[in-house]
Design a protein around this ligand. Structure first.
Ligand code: SF4
Length: 432
């Protein structure tokens, strides 16, 4: 619901960060146990399902809005060429019983007309209509239970009235993403699994990644009105490749992002100095501003992790998660490189006033139950099946072994489709 719709595929090297760059000091880099080639058919299935503009669906990319025209022109003037208004999971023509985008804007609030893909009005109602799916809303899983052999047998959850219920299951798939999924595995600790479920490697909750991020907003000589049209109207990918000569491993994309006034005012100059004449003066130039969000490879580090709070509990009596995240020097080098590039791009189209926004405190959540070939280096195998318990799966972005320079949703969906096929086969064979 609350996403922009950017649907980029990962690049080949991003599945093989260890092979591509070797070990990196202070980082816990591994290769994914799958390749781009293996995932490509599932990227195609995901693109067809979600309605992603571009080659697979044949849907044209969306039109360039004013804001993207500014970025694209600046990028061209400094010699960049990978400038595209997509791929986006937003209908550019009527498709799949949903209308084409009307460029209403503020897509992150949820698309007002259903042009942008959202499971709320696509997959979920269709799944319920099959009669094979039931959605129990406002529930909270408290614990995953297992039998004496260690296989999981179901979950205990609090229902919408706060009553404890037990649901038996042949297979449990956890899909709470990078904070709630490891939290649930850790909260499900038992005498057989004292460190939490699927945690024999000690990697549950570790290697939390959010992308290397920053924002750059330039004041242009003429009106831009960045709030008009899709929130992310296009992407520049000339720096998305891997080239360590730039001083960092991995790459980054420059994604046009029209921030609303509340977010922009909070982030123009965060901290105690971030108010008064300087900030209000900048905000008065809002309609002249153009801006990007920088989305770059964030290296996995063991210290970046989700842990359970020692004393503080939520309304269900469960320990709350403690989230720790810090930059690796690779992030700092990459961010500074991106600031320089954006100064050139916006300078090339006449901006004399440029604001570098720092890393956002949260963005995409990835890692914490990562995929690995070796059980000792991660939590799940290449199917998202936990190394320790064969009928326990992770089905979300916490599986990611690297973050890539791309927004994660398309890869999450591709992995989910692939995992669903595997589950169906395994269940059919009686293996689970
Ligand atoms: S611009 Fe409007 S119509 Fe288009 S995807 Fe965003 S919210 Fe939907």
């Amino acid at each position: 619901m609350h996403w922009a719709g950017v649907s980029l595929r990962f690049q080949e090297h991003e599945f093989k960060m260890k092979t591509t760059n070797g070990a990196i000091d202070g980082a816990n880099v591994i290769d994914w146990p799958i390749s781009l080639q293996e995932l490509t058919p599932y990227y195609e299935k995901a693109e067809l399902k979600m309605g992603v503009t571009g080659k697979t669906t044949g849907m044209p990319h969306l039109p360039h809005n004013n804001d993207f025209k500014v970025l694209a022109e600046g990028a061209r003037r400094i010699g960049y060429s990978k400038i595209e208004a997509g791929p986006m999971a937003i209908n550019s023509v009527d498709r799949d019983e949903r209308p084409a985008c009307q460029q209403i804007g503020f897509c992150m609030q949820g698309c007002k007309i259903g042009a942008k893909w959202s499971t709320l009005y696509t997959e979920l109602p269709r799944a319920v209509a099959t009669g094979n799916c039931e959605i129990r809303t406002d529930c909270m899983v408290l614990q995953i239970e297992h039998d004496a052999t260690g296989k999981v047998v179901g979950v205990v959850y609090a229902d919408k009235d706060g009553k404890t219920q037990r649901q038996k299951a042949r297979v449990v798939c956890v899909a709470g993403n990078s904070i709630e999924s490891p939290r649930l595995l850790l909260n499900s600790a038992s005498s057989k699994y004292p460190d939490g479920l699927a945690n024999s490697s000690g990697q549950v909750g570790r290697n939390y990644m959010t992308h290397m991020t920053a924002g750059v907003y330039g004041v242009m000589p003429g009106e831009v009105n960045m709030h008009r049209g899709t929130a992310v109207a296009g992407i520049v990918s000339d720096e998305a490749h891997n080239d360590t000569a730039r001083g960092f491993a991995g790459g980054y994309t420059l994604e046009k992002l029209s921030l609303g006034l509340p977010f922009l005012s909070a982030f123009l100059d965060p901290g105690p100095a971030g108010w008064g004449r300087k900030v209000s003066g900048a905000l008065e130039k809002y309609k002249y501003m153009s801006g990007v969000w920088i989305c770059g490879e964030d290296l996995p580090q063991e210290i970046n992790r989700i842990q359970l709070h020692a004393t503080e509990k939520d309304q269900y009596g469960l320990p709350v998660p403690v989230v720790y995240k810090t930059d690796h020097p690779n992030d700092t080098n990459m961010r500074n490189h991106a600031y320089r590039v954006m100064a050139s791009i916006y300078g090339a189209v006449g901006s004399k006033e440029i604001y570098n926004l720092p890393a956002y405190p949260a963005s995409h959540n990835m890692g914490t139950n990562r995929m690995s070939e070796k059980a000792s280096e991660g939590v799940v195998n290449k199917w998202g099946q936990t190394h320790d318990i064969k009928n326990l799966f992770v089905s979300d972005g916490s599986q990611f072994a690297s973050s890539g320079a791309e927004n994660p949703t398309l890869t999450i969906v591709a992995l989910a489709i692939r995992q669903a096929e595997y589950l169906a086969t395994q269940l059919g064979k009686g293996e689970l």
